[in-house]
Design a protein around this ligand. Structure first.
Ligand SMILES: C[S@@+](CC[C@H](N)C(=O)[O-])C[C@H]1O[C@@H](n2cnc3c(N)ncnc32)[C@H](O)[C@@H]1O
Length: 284
């Protein structure tokens, strides 16, 4: 079976191809802040049973498995599942499955904490985000009373192709504008959490970065097909658009303007962060 024939869950991108170069280009942004939020449940880590939905290549699971009692993961891409299995080796407290986070196999009130990192925008194609509601209902069902849900996502301000924090989005403006509606605006997410009975809804801006260091230093990174595979925004680009973006980047490397733009994006990231974590409790 080749990679594209393996199971996949995203509504717009084949992650079996994407994951080949994912870890070389990405970092588990927000990990420190997530651990802090899990700590606030006041259940000691060595007693916590937690779930990650859409764990990708397992970058977060591979970190949180050390302090936590048990870590479960559900992922829609077979490639991600296999890479994560390799990463965690024979860790006995890690339990992975290929599945769909809209329909979990766990019993009610099972987890102290449930995290999803950069997954929400893959769930829906419709502007009313019906799958988001399914996801939130399933989350509420499997979290214990007093337990916490963390949703690591991005704001429209962060994703803006001109004034946002990802400098390369300027050169793939059409794709950035096509992808933006897949992200529910954070105020809408907060009200949906409230409507579904979550409490203590908070937003935290992680101080870390989403990509590896070279992305912030070397504009040539964005010309690399492996880098392009590691960000699903490129699934919104035709080959022609990618060629045009590469041409634009090369010419702004030549005239130096890319560096000004990278600096502006970096300043914006310092101000507004590269992502946002929305956390909420299931009431006691
Ligand atoms: C951008 S990746 C994030 C991966 C990982 N959470 C990280 O931050 O490194 C989105 C992930 O969500 C998974 N995914 C999307 N929809 C899913 C669904 N309905 N059920 C399970 N996994 C899903 C994709 O397969 C992919 O691994």
């Amino acid at each position: 079976m080749n990679k594209s024939e393996k199971r996949n869950a995203s509504s717009y991108c084949n992650y079996n191809d994407t994951f080949v170069s994912y870890d070389q280009n990405r970092q588990p942004n927000g990990l420190r802040e997530l651990l802090h939020i899990f700590e606030e449940t006041r259940v000691p880590f060595e007693e916590q049973v937690i779930l990650e939905g859409g764990f990708g290549t397992g970058a977060y699971i591979d970190q949180v498995r050390h302090p936590m009692k048990e870590v479960y993961g559900v992922e829609g891409s077979e490639q991600g599942y296999e890479e994560t299995k390799q990463k965690v080796g024979d860790a006995e407290n890690v339990h992975l499955q290929i599945g769909n986070i809209l329909d979990l196999s766990f019993s009610d009130d099972f987890f102290h904490a449930y995290m999803v990192n950069q997954v929400l925008h893959h769930l829906d194609t419709e502007p009313s985000y019906p799958n988001l509601t399914l996801f939130l209902k399933e989350s509420r069902r499997v979290i214990k009373p007093g337990g916490v849900l963390t949703i690591n996502t991005s704001t429209h301000e962060q994703l803006n192709p001109h004034s946002g924090v990802y400098w390369n989005y300027k050169y793939i403006e059409k794709a950035a504008l096509a992808m933006q509606p897949r992200y529910i605006p954070v105020p809408e997410l907060i009200s949906r959490l409230g409507e579904l009975g979550f409490t203590d809804i908070k937003t935290t801006i992680p101080s870390g970065k989403l990509f590896q260091e070279q992305y912030y230093r070397d504009p040539k990174v964005a010309l690399d097909t492996d880098f392009q595979k590691a960000d699903s925004i490129y699934c919104f680009c035709s080959e022609k658009q990618i060629n045009e973006a590469n041409r634009l980047i090369r010419s702004s490397i030549d005239d130096g303007s890319v560096h000004q733009h990278m600096e502006q994006a970096a300043k914006q990231a310092e101000k507004i962060g590269e992502a946002v974590i929305v956390s909420a409790r299931k009431p006691l």
